[in-house]
Every structure is written in structure tokens, then in C-alpha cells.
Design a protein around this ligand. Structure first.
Ligand code: AMP
Length: 281
């Protein structure tokens, strides 16, 4: 695996690779890699002749500066994990490399960015679109891999690809979980021992709620999840929405969509965790 820090070097290497293959896959990450990230890398390695993974903690997508400064950074360990996973290029640029000058682009994703994370993390998706578009321009992948844990992010990226007419296929990958159900996340290492014992209640409660649908109404299921989790002393539900999987518009009745998804953000102490569940109704 080669580690590259500049866009110019990356483009140079990939131009050479393109003489041999069209199949360049890409996994954008912010590092502090866990098995969830590595599952994306595995998909990428399996489906492409060249796998590029980026590690960049993107400041423009953090609405909470404390979250940015405390975000875990473990580049040496990440690099070793990527090498073992069969990644070919690690792109680890500096902030100056990605933003030689401020990115003033404003994306309009309409309703997709006006619900859930879009409401609770103002500017977050604009920052995501800024960095992912810059990374796509730098890498020029034919496929890019994203985790369904960040379900709304995938919808935003797909919309961005359409708006910018980019020639890249977005490949959604399933959520990887710890044995107790907690969705893997770089932020999990910031949970205290006590918080770590409560955090799995999020996934467990979502699973329990799936057994209630469609006999219970959408509202009853929503209330069940919110009340159950808010009853846990260290958990505080920021939002829980049941929405259509494509438009992400909240639904009031199960018959409003054939493909409902429940998306949640929960504060566990100082750590904000997200998760989701597909309802089969
Ligand atoms: P991040 O480093 O948090 O920006 O995540 C980089 C990519 O890994 C994103 O596409 C995430 O959705 C994905 N990812 C994060 N956690 C998981 C997980 N538990 N399972 C699958 N993919 C994940």
C-alpha cells in the first residue's frame, strides 16, 4: 500500500493505474478505523482492481467544534489495518491540501437535507458534499462505498452525484455491529464504561420496535422507541423519525410507503450516536 498526501501525487499514481484498469474503487473515511470501515474496504477490494481509502477529518462538516477537536485520530494504526485489508492507496491529505482556500460552495439538497441530521446538525451535509466532491474529483473512482449507518448521508451523496453529473456508482454497504448490537462507530471509544453498557439499548430497542410494526401505529412505534430510550438514565433521544427510505420524508401511516426506515440520533453522555432500522411492513 502506498500512502499519498497530495492530490497531485494521487492523480499521478492513479493515472498510471488507469493505463491498466478502469476499476478504481474508493472508500472515504475520517479514520479511527473499525470493522465497519474495513467491511467497506473489503467490498471495494473485492469489486475493484485498485482500492483507494481516504482518511481526512473534515472540519467543514462539524457543527460542533468540540466534537471536531475530540474526534479520535489514529493514523498509524489505521494504516496498518488498511494494508492488511488489501487497500492499495491510502490518501491522507492535510487540511491545507483539501482547502487551500475556503470552500464557499452551497449545495441545495431540498427536502433531503431538511430532516433528521439536516435539522440537528446545521451545515453538516453541505460540508459532507464539499469534501466528498473534492475527494471524488481527486480520485475519479468508478465506484464509491458508503455505510448504511449514515443512511441520510448516502441519499445526499447520491443527489450530489446527480447534481454534479459525476460518473461514479454509489455502493451502500450494511451496518456492522458489535456482538451486543451497538452499531460500530469511531465515536464509541469515547463512551465511558457505564455509557458503553447502555449504548446497546439503542439497537435493541429499534429491533424490538420492528416486532411492533405494523400492528401498532407509526406514532405508537415512535413513542415506544423514544420513551424506552429516554427512560435509560444516560441516554437522551435527539430525534427518532420513521420515514420513506427514498425521500426520507417522515410518514404518519405505514401505508404511506412500502419501504419505511426508522432513523435515530441519541446522546449517550457527551457522545452522539446514530443508528437505523428497516421496517418490513
Ligand atoms: P466515517 O469515518 O465515520 O466518516 O465513516 C466512513 C464510512 O464508514 C461512512 O460511509 C460510514 O457510513 C461507514 N461506516 C461507519 N460506521 C459503520 C458501520 N458500523 N458499518 C458500516 N459502515 C460504517
Amino acid at each position: 500500500m502506498k500512502t499519498v498526501n497530495s492530490i497531485k501525487d494521487l492523480k499521478g499514481h492513479l493515472a498510471q493505474e488507469r493505463l491498466k484498469t478502469k476499476h478504481i474503487g474508493f472508500v472515504p473515511t475520517m479514520g479511527a478505523l473499525h470493522d465497519g470501515h474495513l467491511s467497506l474496504v473489503k467490498h471495494c477490494v473485492d469489486e475493484n482492481e485498485v482500492c483507494v481509502t481516504s482518511i481526512f477529518v473534515n472540519p467543514t462538516q462539524f457543527d460542533d467544534k468540540n466534537d471536531l477537536t475530540t474526534y479520535p485520530r489514529t493514523l498509524d494504526k489505521d494504516s496498518a489495518l488498511l494494508e492488511t485489508a488489501g487497500c492499495n492507496y491510502l490518501f491522507a491529505p492535510s487540511e491545507k491540501e483539501m482547502y487551500p482556500e475556503p470552500d464557499t460552495r452551497e449545495f441545495d439538497f431540498g427536502n433531503l437535507a431538511c430532516v433528521m441530521e439536516g435539522v440537528h446538525r446545521p451545515g453538516h451535509f453541505n460540508g459532507v458534499a464539499q469534501i466528498v466532491s473534492k475527494l471524488f474529483y481527486a480520485v475519479g473512482p468508478c465506484k464509491a462505498y458508503f455505510g448504511e449507518k449514515d443512511f441520510q448521508q448516502i441519499a445526499i451523496i447520491q443527489a450530489m452525484v446527480e447534481r454534479l453529473n459525476l460518473n461514479v456508482e454509489i455502493v451502500p454497504c450494511p451496518i456492522l455491529r458489535e456482538a451486543d448490537g451497538l452499531a460500530m462507530s469511531s465515536r464509541n471509544v469515547r463512551l465511558t464504561a457505564q455509557e458503553r453498557t447502555q449504548a446497546p439499548r439503542i439497537a435493541q430497542t429499534l429491533k424490538e420496535s420492528a416486532a411492533l410494526a405494523p400492528d401498532k401505529t407509526v406514532r405508537q412505534v415512535r413513542d415506544f422507541v423514544t420513551h424506552t430510550l429516554n427512560n435509560e438514565p444516560l441516554l437522551h433521544v435527539e430525534y427518532f423519525e420513521i420515514a420513506d427510505r427514498h425521500t426520507l420524508m417522515p410518514i404518519d401511516r405505514w401505508t404511506d410507503t412500502t419501504r419505511p426506515i426508522g432513523c435515530i440520533a441519541v446522546c449517550c453522555g457527551n457522545v452522539r450516536l446514530i443508528d437505523n432500522i428497516m421496517y418490513n411492513v
